[in-house]
Design a protein around this ligand. Sequence first.
Ligand SMILES: [Zn+2]
Ligand SMILES: [Zn+2]
Length: 149
Amino acid sequence: MLQCTAFSELPEMGARVALMGLAEGPGEVSEAPDLDEFVLCELGEHEEGAEHAAQLWSAPAGRDLWMFWSDGDGDGRRTFRFKELLPCPAVIHRLSVKDGDACVLYDRHPAAHSWDVTDPLADLMAERIREEVRRDRDGGGGGTRGEKP
Ligand SMILES: [Zn+2]
Ligand SMILES: [Zn+2]
């Protein structure tokens, strides 16, 4: 499943107010994270009617701060809301990995768990790196073709 490609301007005042209100938030203004001007939806592709979601603050324990938004109904005006949510409890246990990967989304999120969501941009970068490695190997090492045991 591909990641949702929606992004939004971050309403900075609203975000700061929400951060300040967190029980396990940054507390001091100086500890507040640098907020990006834009946030990307972190969910897998989801229904058009469903809200987009981006994590603003990851609490060491307990609830993370998420921002939800929806693209207005035709009038182009976005609506935002902030919510503290527990992390998704799902963990994948791969055979080769002992601890497994935890889903980085929130509890009861729509669409797929984070490990099933691929970010097209990240994939593009990974593919480029793979190509470079392949080129290096084919150019310098003589390759594996014709190798004798
Ligand atoms: Zn989305
Ligand atoms: Zn999940």
